[in-house]
Design a binder for this molecule. Structure first.
Ligand SMILES: [Zn+2]
Length: 284
C-alpha cells in the first residue's frame, strides 16, 4: 500500500496511486463552480510504498477531503467602472456589456460617460459582491444622477438647467417696468456683443424658431414637465423646429432684432406657460 502525505503529514493509505490521481483530477481540479476559472493544488501529495497487514483500511475519501483544503481557486468576474471607479461586479462579459449598453442608450444624448469593463480575478469569492444586470445598472445610474444634480445650476420640475445661455451684463431684470414696454418685463436681459453664441440651458426639443414681433428672432425650447425657455432678439437662429438639443448646444446668436435698443439676450423661463424670474434659478 501507499502511505500518502501532504506537507509531510500522513493523511491515509491507498492501494492504487493512479485511481487517486484520477479522482484528484475529476473531483478537485476539474470541479465546476460559478465564476471558477482554475483550481490548483498548493502542494502535491507524496507517496511512500509500505508493507502493511492485509486488512489495513484505505482512506481515499479522507485524503481527497484533506487535499480539497489545500487548493487555490481562482474566480473571474467583470467589473463595470465609471471614471475608473468600480461600480458593480457581474458574472460574464455579456452581462457587463449589456449593462454598459443600456446605460449608454439612456445617457448618450446628454453626456460622455467613461464606462469600462475590466476582467478581474480573485481567490476570495466572498469579497466580490456580484449582482444582477438590473442592480448593476441601477447602481451606476444612481451615481450618474447624483453627479448630474451636483453639476446642474438649478432643477425645475426634475429638469436640470446646467448651462448659462450667455455670459454678460444684466441690463434689465424680470418684472422691471420700462417706457419701451407695455407690460412688466417677462424675462431677463443679458447684454453681450452681436454674434455671441447662445446656448440652450437644458436638454429639450426646439418648439419655435422664427421672427416673432417685439421678440425679434425667437427660439423656444420645450424641456418637458411644463418647462420652457425662450431666447429672444437673436441676430441669427441656428436651431430648427423639432430639433432635439442638449444643454450647451448653440441655438442662436445675440442680436438686437425686434423691440430692442442694443445687442442683448432676452431670456425667459416659463413653467406651465407662465413666466418666472430666471434669477430664481440662475444669474443670482
Ligand atoms: Zn428683455
Amino acid at each position: 500500500m501507499y502511505k500518502v502525505s501532504i506537507e509531510g503529514e500522513n493523511v491515509g493509505y491507498i492501494k492504487n496511486k493512479q485511481e487517486l490521481e484520477d479522482k484528484i483530477n475529476t473531483q478537485i481540479l476539474q470541479s465546476k463552480e460559478e465564476n471558477l476559472v482554475s483550481v490548483n493544488l498548493k502542494t502535491n501529495p507524496t507517496y511512500e510504498l509500505k508493507l502493511v497487514s492485509k486488512d489495513e483500511p484505505t482512506s481515499e475519501e479522507e485524503i481527497l477531503i484533506a487535499l480539497k483544503e489545500k487548493t487555490l481557486k481562482t474566480y473571474k468576474f467583470y467589473s463595470v467602472t465609471l471614471a475608473d471607479v468600480n461600480q458593480a461586479y457581474v458574472d460574464t462579459i455579456e452581462e457587463a456589456e449589456e449593462v454598459v449598453n443600456k446605460i449608454k442608450e439612456e445617457y448618450n444624448q446628454d453626456l460622455e460617460l467613461d464606462l469600462k469593463i475590466i476582467e478581474q480575478y480573485t481567490e476570495n469569492k466572498e469579497e466580490v459582491k456580484n449582482t444582477s444586470i438590473e442592480v448593476a445598472k441601477q447602481n451606476i445610474e444612481n451615481v450618474i444622477e447624483k453627479k448630474l444634480d451636483d453639476e446642474s445650476i438649478a432643477v425645475i420640475n426634475s429638469i436640470r438647467l446646467s448651462v448659462l445661455p450667455i455670459n454678460g451684463t444684466i441690463t434689465s431684470r424680470y418684472g422691471a417696468v420700462s417706457r419701451i414696454r407695455v407690460s412688466t418685463h417677462t424675462g431677463l436681459d443679458i447684454a453681450n456683443v452681436t454674434g455671441t453664441n447662445i446656448k440652450v440651458v437644458a436638454k429639450g426639443t426646439v418648439s419655435f424658431a422664427q421672427k416673432s414681433g417685439s421678440y425679434g428672432n425667437l427660439v423656444k425650447v420645450n424641456h418637458g414637465n411644463g418647462v420652457e425657455t425662450w431666447y429672444a432678439h437673436c441676430s441669427k437662429i441656428y436651431a430648427k423646429v423639432g430639433q432635439e438639443v442638449k444643454a450647451g448646444d448653440i441655438i442662436a446668436a445675440v442680436g438686437s432684432t425686434g423691440n430692442s435698443t442694443g445687442p442683448h439676450l432676452h431670456f425667459e423661463i416659463r413653467i406651465n406657460g407662465k413666466t418666472v424670474n430666471p434669477q430664481n434659478y440662475m444669474y443670482k
